[in-house]
Design a protein around this ligand. Structure first.
Ligand code: ZN
Length: 145
């Protein structure tokens, strides 16, 4: 079992990143500078070419990380004015929120490896949009599937 918010699964090699300092986050931009393809990887060891942006994984953790993550979605009350109102440079919200949960929600990283389980998907069919991603539910998913 992964230690929540201390260990991650590398998106390049599939092996465990044993602590936040060993991790990096990389992503790409489209022609309109919208960000996509966020990956958590081993620092130095697994860095693929053609990813123009990279930031230490530690920058995305805790309250500081939450603040950073939100800056991708909104410029906020101070900067979101005029043509920058509702300016967002995330290309794919589902992908970005998956990344957000990986670095902010305990047990999400391990539970998401089970998200294609057909029994789990059937059980969650009538669940609310919030239910599957709550910490206690994620922990149950890890234990049961
Ligand atoms: Zn790796």
């Amino acid at each position: 079992m992964l230690k929540p918010l201390q260990e991650w699964i590398c998106d390049c090699c599939g092996k465990i990143i044993p602590h936040a300092d060993a991790g990096y986050v990389i992503w790409r931009h489209d022609a309109d500078q919208r960000d996509f393809d966020f990956k958590i990887i081993h620092k130095f060891v697994c860095e693929p070419p053609n990813y123009p942006s990279s930031t230490p994984l530690t920058e995305f953790l805790g309250t500081k990380g939450s603040t950073y993550l939100l800056s991708f979605i909104s410029l906020g009350k101070i900067k979101a004015r005029g043509r920058y109102r509702n300016y967002c440079h995330v290309l794919d919200f589902d992908e970005f929120v998956d990344f957000y949960r990986r670095v902010q929600i305990p047990y999400y990283e391990e539970a998401r490896t089970k998200f294609n389980n057909p029994v789990l998907l059937a059980e969650m069919e009538d669940a609310s949009e919030l239910h599957p991603y709550q910490e206690d539910v994620l922990k149950q998913i890890i234990e049961r599937f």
